[in-house]
Design a binder for this molecule. Structure first.
Ligand code: BYC
Length: 334
């Protein structure tokens, strides 16, 4: 959809004009059209997108930490190369998403500052430690698997730049999920000790992976509005159920079990029933009391501070080039 927006013209829109723009926006959403950066959009729609995209971007870059912990200790050159590429992909995902947030008028510096000062969240899942090599497999299989389940519908998000960023991210996440599955398969077909290590990792990552989908629908503050705006296409519980249904047969093929005695197929519902999730643990992690919250954020702040010289050098370089180009246009020697 492309409309000229109020706020982009010389005068602020009047009430009638805003109503007209709202009607155009509502019709575009109803017709499954994409809203683009220069289109008019309600302030609350913009704020919700910035909140979700920023949280998503922060998750990608914080998510590099637990896996990066194993790069230097990967058991073979092949595994090291794969893990390096994966962690690098996560950085790329962060960049696409910060760029998508920028199209909404929010600068990357501002978003990073909010992350560093605890005013914006990142996914709860990255506050858990990676204790063994098998955790790299469990993250790939379960965490990336949950991410894909959640993110494939976001490729149809009503906001164009976010939807388009998600297409590439999902392709890469699928590859990440397969490498995790393949890693766990190798361990589960290995020695007894390797199989036990794989099982232990799955036992620890299963429940936090289910929490990634967010609170239950009746406690989800934003779902109803985000679904009406077609930012979210499915509720948290729907996607969580979809993920459980996908994982059960995959766990069987891996020769591993999922740590839930209540997990069973429900013929009537056509889905797997599963046991209660410990939402108090989720709330604690969100409040900053997870096992690794402090470590993750202090490492992120340190990385940002240590990278200051790169940002400064890049700004000077860009400034120099801008001057050279202007000079060249004016017929001066560079
Ligand atoms: N962790 O009303 P709700 C990855 C918050 S990256 C922390 O249901 P919404 C990967 C929520 O923000 C994975 N906070 O919210 C990277 C809200 O708080 P505020 C990240 C959570 O937005 C590297 C409150 O709880 N994926 O896969 O409608 C390596 C109420 O929730 C969480 C995305 O970000 C959580 N798990 O739905 C490997 C996907 N859940 O903001 C892998 C995009 C909820 O009011 N995001 N909260 O203070 C989404 O799809 C949605 O934002 C969510 C939550 C489904 C996560």
């Amino acid at each position: 959809m492309t409309t000229v927006l109020p706020g982009h013209g010389p005068e602020a829109p009047g009430e009638a004009e805003t109503e007209a723009f709202q009607a155009v926006f509502d019709a575009a959403v109803a017709a499954d059209e994409r809203i683009e950066p220069r289109d008019w959009m309600p302030d609350a729609y913009r704020a919700t997108l910035v909140r979700q995209i920023a949280q998503h971007a922060h998750s990608e870059i914080i998510g590099m930490q637990p896996e990066a912990n194993w790069i230097s200790r990967a058991p073979s050159l092949r595994r090291k190369a794969i893990l390096l590429a994966k962690v690098q992909d996560e950085a790329g995902h962060g960049l696409y998403l910060y760029s998508a947030a920028e199209t909404l008028g929010t600068g990357r510096d501002e978003l990073l500052d909010k992350l560093h000062t605890g005013r914006q969240k990142y996914s709860s899942i990255f506050n858990y430690p990676t204790l063994t090599w098998a955790d790299v497999g469990a993250i790939g299989w379960l965490v990336d698997g949950a991410a894909i389940t959640n993110q494939v519908p976001l490729c149809r998000c009503s906001y164009g730049p976010y939807a388009r960023a998600m297409i590439r991210i999902c392709k890469e996440e699928s590859f990440h999920q397969r490498q995790g599955y393949e890693l766990l398969l190798a361990l589960s077909r290995g020695t007894e000790a390797q199989k036990a290590m794989a099982q232990d990792a799955v036992d620890r990552w299963w429940w936090p992976s289910l929490m990634m989908f967010g609170p239950p629908d009746d406690e989800s503050a934003h779902s109803a509005q985000s679904m009406a705006w077609k930012i979210k296409r499915h509720s948290n519980d729907e996607l969580r159920q979809r993920f459980v249904d996908i994982c059960v047969p995959q766990a069987e093929s891996l020769g591993l079990t999922l740590p839930d005695p209540e997990l069973r197929w429900n013929e009537e519902r056509g889905h797997h029933d599963f046991g209660p999730i410990d939402w108090s643990e989720f709330q604690q992690v969100l409040k900053g009391n997870g096992p690794c919250n402090e470590q993750r954020i202090s490492q992120r702040r340190a990385a940002h501070e240590n990278g200051a010289w790169v940002r400064e050098a890049a700004a000077v370089y860009a400034g120099k080039h801008a001057t050279e180009h202007t000079g060249a246009r004016n017929g001066e020697a560079a």
